[in-house]
Design a protein around this ligand. Structure first.
Ligand code: ZN
Length: 69
């Protein structure tokens, strides 16, 4: 998973490249996400901005229903 390293950052594939093992897998595009991103070299995984923005949008929609009732 580790690609280039520069300035204390490393390039990794989006966590949602493997949706089944990602806690954010529900926000992956079908077939998994092909985005890469730079994260802190100490971090192990990251979520690309596409999946992040998808998760934010979903949070505002249907995400709350389980816990309230
Ligand atoms: Zn992604």
């Amino acid at each position: 998973m580790i690609g280039k390293v520069r300035d204390g950052q490393k390039e990794v594939k989006c966590m949602n490249h493997d949706p089944e093992n990602s806690k954010w897998g529900q926000y992956a595009p079908s077939g998994g996400c092909d985005e890469t991103l730079f994260i802190d070299a100490k971090s192990t995984a990251g979520l690309c901005w596409r999946c992040t923005s998808r998760s934010v949008n979903n949070m505002r929609g249907t995400q709350y229903r389980d816990e309230s009732e």
